[in-house]
Design a protein around this ligand. Structure first.
Ligand code: PEP
Ligand code: MN
Length: 355
């Protein structure tokens, strides 16, 4: 529910409203516009907040129910873009992140060599899996705790913040020095894990499930936020369709839809989306043109020998070219003013509620 307060509402009226809402177990979000104040209400308003009682308050002008089930993740409760800070690497609100590295950490030499190469090319974060969600139990499962130690060595050597996947909440203590925790596509609806990650203050990279709708992705983010953590980056990595020419189908329209519906940043992973290294550069450029807030790309120093996802991994030299193209595309799009500004103002929220 969103309330628009009358223009002459005082600070003590707002304090009175806050007290009334909190007494009913609801969470008010105060959004101050130039002339009026909008108040978003998070929680079960339908049963806990009779509209007639609220409308009777002398300072309330308009009441609008928000039918979307995600509230904290909803743009109307938080008009400005969220900026996620992972060890100094910023994503969102105009900050573009480039997360690059191998699918899996395979050895000290491999991860440090790739880390140095992607850093030199302009990556802002190093990616690499220590715990790998493999379809077959007979495939390489990752170096697990040992892999995380090697990832931290690569971080020390290069200064790059790291992002790596968690598969069980029991492993959380191992992630203390990890800058951003990845929730993989297969774990997007592990609700107990999402709740526990919400209690940490760690930035989270939340990947869209293989068959998840955009609404389900936003509800997964809502789980993390409802537990207290709003440092979330959403990642579109391709969804299952009837098409078999690519590993998944990259849903580029998710960028436009998500930017409209949520304030959380959106990153695109063209590697898992296409499954084919030669398709990665053009899809990275397309995602940048559509206004994504970052890219996650698999880069391997010897893709042919990779223990996981070699066919979709590009080389460091190819990554250099991708970065150059992505930067040129971003510059062209911004100078052409081609993409609608994402943040909405409190005034727009107020106008939308009044209409
Ligand atoms: C990965 O990023 O290594 C990965 C396993 O991705 P996804 O969860 O999107 O399949
Ligand atoms: Mn992979």
């Amino acid at each position: 529910m969103i309330l628009i307060l009358k223009a002459d509402t005082t600070k003590s009226d707002i304090a009175d409203l806050k007290n009334r809402l909190e007494a009913r177990g609801l969470r008010p979000v105060i959004m101050e516009g130039a002339e009026k104040v909008a108040v978003g209400i998070i929680g079960e308003t339908r049963s806990h907040l009779p509209a007639d009682q609220i409308q009777a308050l002398p300072y309330v002008e308009t009441i609008r129910r928000v039918s979307d089930p995600y509230k904290l993740a909803n743009r109307v409760f938080h008009p400005e873009d969220t900026v996620v800070d992972a060890g100094g690497a910023l994503t969102g609100g105009g900050n573009f992140s480039l997360m690059a590295g191998p699918c899996s950490i395979e050895s000290r030499e491999q991860i440090v060599e790739v880390a140095k190469a992607v850093k030199a090319a302009g990556a802002t974060m190093l990616r690499g899996g220590a715990f790998k969600p493999r379809t077959s139990p007979y495939d390489f499962q990752g170096l697990r705790g040992e892999g995380l130690k090697l990832m931290l060595e690569a971080k020390r050597e290069t200064g790059l913040p790291i992002v790596t996947e968690i598969m069980s909440i029991d492993h959380l203590p191992l992630f203390e020095d990890v800058d951003m925790i990845q929730v993989g596509a297969r774990s997007m609806q592990n609700f107990e894990m999402l709740k526990e990650l919400g209690k940490t203050k760690k930035p989270i990279l939340l990947k869209r499930g293989l068959s998840a709708t955009i609404k389900e992705l936003l509800m997964a983010a809502e789980y993390i936020m409802a537990s207290g953590n709003d440092q979330i980056v959403l990642c579109e990595r391709g969804i299952r369709t009837y098409e078999t020419a690519t590993r998944n189908t990259l849903d580029l329209s998710a960028i436009a839809v998500l930017h409209e519906r949520t304030h959380l940043p959106v990153v695109i992973d063209p590697s898992h989306a296409t499954g084919v290294a030669r398709y990665v550069p053009s899809m990275a450029a397309a995602a940048a043109a559509a206004g994504c807030d970052g890219l996650m790309i698999e880069v391997h120093n010897n893709p042919a020998a990779a223990l996981c996802d070699g066919p979709q991994s590009i080389t460091p030299d190819e990554f250099v070219k991708v970065v150059r193209t992505v930067k040129a595309v971003r510059a062209a799009v911004s100078s052409a003013n081609a993409i609608q500004a994402k943040p909405i103002s409190v005034e727009q929220v107020i106008r939308a509620c009044a209409s």
